[in-house]
Design a protein around this ligand. Structure first.
Ligand code: ZN
Length: 217
């Protein structure tokens, strides 16, 4: 635990008809939020690892283009995930908020201060410029021609950086960018909803792309 951090434990209500079990700050005389009965510490948390789980350096140089993401919370969440997966740079465009926005900083929990980022007013211009520099353009989008993220072939990774483009919550990836993409990737959906929250979808894609094994198979 970090210095000054509240230490939490799991408490349980002693009332046999209740048994409500919940996390609470250690040392507090918590009454049961459900029945008002007396509670006691039932478990103390596991110690966290001193170091993150090790993994070989991702075999893919991945950067993101967040084009016209409406929600500050989605942008902050994506920054945090991108930082965790070793994404190299985050390009922001259009209405997407930049890390200078205080609400974004709160959601990103500091990850935004580590991650290199840049902003342009026009996401198509950014995609065109990076493509001209040799970046592969891959979009995350439920387009008719999309392939499943998990069925994507392994060939074609020749060390060129990849720009993964994520678009607006309502409109999706800008068609002018989509038509330039060499791959359009979608996440399989088995439930009643036909799409995921954009930050969740982006997180799944980032982790899959960064930590899958790239080789000469
Ligand atoms: Zn209770």
């Amino acid at each position: 635990m970090e210095k000054g951090q509240l230490v939490f434990s799991i408490r349980q209500c002693g009332n046999v008809g209740c048994r409500f079990r919940f996390p609470a700050a250690a040392g507090s005389e918590e009454r049961c939020p459900q029945c008002g009965g007396a509670t006691a510490v039932a478990a103390t948390p596991y110690a966290k690892r001193d170091t993150a789980i090790a993994h070989p350096t991702p075999g893919l140089h991945l950067e993101l283009l967040l084009d016209n993401i409406r929600s500050l919370y989605n942008v902050g969440s994506i920054f945090r995930t991108a930082d965790g997966a070793g994404v190299k740079h985050v390009h922001l465009a259009g209405i997407t908020a930049t890390p200078e926005h205080p609400k974004l900083t709160k959601t990103a929990l500091g990850a935004d201060s580590q991650m290199g980022w840049s902003y342009s007013r026009n996401g198509v211009d950014t995609a065109v410029r990076l493509q001209a520099q040799g970046y592969r353009l891959w979009a995350l989008e439920d387009a008719p021609e999309a392939m499943s993220l998990y069925e994507m072939g392994i060939n074609g990774e020749d060390g060129r950086p990849v720009l993964l483009i994520v678009g607006n919550e309502n409109v999706g990836v800008d068609p002018a960018i989509l038509q330039r993409c060499e791959r359009i990737l979608a996440i399989p959906m088995l439930g009643v909803k036909d799409s995921l929250n954009v930050a969740v979808a982006c997180g799944i894609a980032i982790y899959h792309l960064c930590f899958r094994v790239y080789g000469d198979t």
